[in-house]
Design a binder for this molecule. Structure first.
Ligand code: UD1
Ligand code: UDP
Length: 413
């Protein structure tokens, strides 16, 4: 890879300071990050910018939630294997042991150098605090490239902070679109894509979505999805190690696995009740018990008096990755509103119905692995019965498990 280097003069308070400038991208402007100085700065080049070849880039991963930890894990391991230096900035968006620590342990990831501990807040406050914290660290550490994955507030914060500094930004899982701006995730995806220098698109559809928005072909790279890398690496271990069936007294191929956590399904209580009602009646028709590892957003509600959960739905704490993979691969049917779970069910050959009105993963539907059923109880029953009666030999539309290597190859060019 190539870095740009030069000696610059910084004129601050009429004092001329020498600043060595080194960056992997040609400077977009002469404003450079120097953490101590807050007033306007004027830079003058006293040497031409010289491209210098160095071996490896330095990377910073910014993330904050369960799915980001899981889907970034293959990319982080790829860096470790290739001895590429990297920092981990955890925003602290997820902090409960079962949404956070457990994955570092199971996925054999190092403890992040930085944890901003931002926690749960309104969208603006949470994102704003993350941006300020990330900027401060990037100012100090000046990596070549920041990598973010997915569509959460942590991703948007990482994107905004990096894109305003002379640092490359890479978006893993770029180009997904639900075309539903009611979902905060859609805003996060679009804004992140439009500030990125590398768009790592998992499928042809996501490449097409980016091209349709006028993003340059030079930025777009078809890589496959790192979710496949993670599943392939852990599936056999999960099947060997998990004691899920005995723990919960369920038989393989007999139960329905349910995950519902999206704000639009949980915070609207009538929708949440409809989903629980539809899945419960579907379970009765199939003679299948339902296992619901519930995200805290949902768990709080089902533990309160306002939501009555039908008897055949067993609500449990969120599962670790290995137990959850084993649950997905051995369930008769998956019912979900999760993005990652739609992909994993498809990869593992388990039929899935999605209790939303759209999906940013249309490939799962076109290969026949998933149906978008909405939240009406009768539609859930009808589509659930249909899903379990169809063949499950669909092709996997998210690549062959080499996405992480491809992404790092591109970052090192
Ligand atoms: C976030 C993402 C969503 C992603 C999900 C992954 C955004 C806008 N949403 O949703 O896209 O699918 O993560 O799981 O970024 N809580 C805890 N412990 C935690 C974290 C949260 O108890 O460790 C509770 C808090 O009450 C919090 C609520 O869950 O208010 C929601 O958390 P938040 O991070 O805002 O959104 P998620 O629903 O987790
Ligand atoms: N997951 C998990 N335990 C659970 C539920 C989900 O390990 O109890 C994993 C699952 O394997 C997938 C990811 O979490 O990789 C999906 O995260 P989530 O549904 O929270 O977010 P989304 O993908 O919708 O953004």
């Amino acid at each position: 890879m190539c870095v740009w280097t030069s000696i610059l003069y910084e004129l601050t308070n009429n004092i001329l300071i020498n600043v060595r400038y080194t960056s992997s991208c040609r400077p977009r402007s002469v404003l450079l990050p120097t953490s101590q100085i807050t007033i306007a700065r004027v830079f003058m080049l006293n040497q031409p910018l010289i491209p210098v070849v160095v071996d490896k880039p330095s990377l910073t991963f910014v993330f904050g939630t369960r799915p980001e930890i899981i889907k970034l894990s293959p990319v982080i391991h790829e860096c470790t294997e290739r001895k590429i230096s990297y920092d981990l900035i955890h925003t602290g968006q997820h902090y409960s042991e079962k949404l956070d620590d457990i994955f570092f342990d199971q996925l054999d990831l190092p403890t992040p150098e930085y944890n901003l501990a931002v926690g749960s807040k309104s969208h603006g406050r949470q994102t704003g605090e993350m941006i300020a914290g990330i900027e401060e660290i990037l100012d100090e550490t000046t990596p070549d490239t920041v990598l973010v994955q997915g569509d959460t507030n942590s991703v948007l914060a990482g994107a905004i902070a990096a894109s305003k500094l002379p640092i490359n930004l890479g978006h893993i899982e770029a180009g997904l679109r639900s075309y539903d701006r009611e979902m905060p995730e859609e805003t996060n995806r679009v804004l992140t894509d439009h500030t990125s220098d590398y768009l790592f698109a998992p499928t042809e559809t996501s490449v097409q979505n980016l091209q349709n928005e006028g993003l340059s072909d030079e930025l777009i790279h078809l890589t496959g999805n790192t979710v496949v890398d993670a599943v392939y690496k852990h599936q056999q271990l999960a099947d060997r190690q998990s004691t899920l069936h005995t723990d919960f007294g369920i038989d393989p191929d007999e139960f329905i696995l349910l995950t519902v956590h999206r704000a639009e399904n949980i915070d609207d209580q009538s929708r949440f009740k409809n989903i629980l009602d539809g899945v419960s009646r579907l379970g009765q028709k199939l003679g299948a018990p339902i296992l619901y590892p519930a995200h805290p957003r949902a768990k709080k509600l089902v533990e309160s008096v306002s939501i009555c959960v039908p008897d055949n739905i067993r609500v449990v704490d969120p599962l670790g990755y290995l137990d959850f993979l084993h649950a997905e691969s051995s369930a008769r049917l998956v019912v979900t509103d999760s993005g990652g779970v739609q992909e994993e069910a498809c990869i593992l050959g388990t039929p899935c119905i999605t209790v939303r009105h759209n999906t940013e993963r249309p490939e799962t539907v076109s290969v026949g692995a998933n149906s978008i059923v909405g939240t009406d109880p009768n539609a859930i029953i009808e589509c659930g019965l249909e899903a379990v009666s169809k063949p499950t030999d669909w092709p996997i539309p998210f690549g062959n498990g080499t996405a992480a290597a491809t992404i790092i190859d591109i970052c090192c060019r």
